[in-house]
Design a binder for this molecule. Structure first.
Ligand SMILES: [Zn+2]
Ligand SMILES: [Zn+2]
Length: 246
């Protein structure tokens, strides 16, 4: 557990702003709007295999693994594509993490995750309401938990599911690799398969949260506009490696 209390954590009150603007004001127009646009663009033609015709014992594990892979892949893109990193960097500029830090991200990330989530769902005939239920009950539980400032003995579970142990290393600037690590949304299997999994054997090693040479503004409004201002700036760090070497 990091040495700051819940209330004195940097960004604790700012996270409420993010939660208010995103989860109360923005999420429904954006999510419903984007899904509506994609729905009218693709219609019903994209269904290649209607998983909804099977029992819940098949549908839910199938949705679970599919969504998890899609979220993992979207997260890798946010790090690897320089333009997307400028937006995702807002999430990584946080120097202290807690429960609410998961909602501290730039709204442009919706433009990556919604189409990515929508297209496979549409391929498999899953309707948005099932998706929302899944998103709220499963994904949110894990992402809130993975940012929480809690130290528990996870045992073998931390090699299977995301935990603060691995996600805090995702936010660390002192990883011994040139890339970031642990992109997992829920399952760590994708990171293990593609060589991004990292958890030091020595549990005395502590992740140093944040970014090197970070130029992200401290205020909410500044953070919303910052990626747009630096959109065409070459010297802005485009990934972890560039930030480290800057
Ligand atoms: Zn990330
Ligand atoms: Zn995070």
């Amino acid at each position: 557990m990091k040495k700051y209390s819940v209330l004195s954590r940097k960004g604790f009150f700012q996270d409420f702003l993010y939660i208010f603007f995103y989860d109360f004001l923005l999420v429904f127009p954006v999510v419903i709007g984007l899904d509506g646009m994609m729905s009218s663009a693709f219609g019903e033609d994209l269904i290649v295999f209607n998983v909804m015709e099977y029992s819940n014992w098949i549908i839910f594990p199938f949705i679970f693994v599919l969504v998890d892979f899609v979220n993992w892949f979207g997260h890798v893109l946010l790090h690897k594509v320089p333009l997307l990193w400028k937006f995702h960097k807002i999430h990584h500029a946080q120097e202290e993490l807690g429960f609410g830090s998961t909602r501290h991200f730039h709204f442009m990330e919706y433009l990556v995750f919604r189409p990515l989530s929508y297209i496979p769902f549409h391929f498999f005939g899953v309707t948005p309401i099932e998706y929302m239920v899944f998103q709220i009950w499963v994904s949110f539980t894990f992402t809130f938990m993975s940012h929480a400032n809690i130290k528990l003995k996870w045992g073998v579970l931390k090699y299977i599911f995301i935990t603060p142990d691995t996600h805090y290393w995702h936010h660390a600037k002192n990883v011994p690799t040139t890339d970031s690590v642990n992109y997992a949304s829920i399952l760590t299997v994708w990171d293990q398969l593609f060589g991004f999994f990292y958890l030091p054997k020595n549990d005395k090693l502590e992740p140093e949260l944040g970014l090197y040479n970070d130029d992200t503004p401290k205020g909410f409004v500044g953070q919303v506009f910052h990626p747009f201002k630096t959109l065409f700036k070459k010297e802005d760090g485009t990934n972890f490696k560039a930030d480290k070497n800057a």
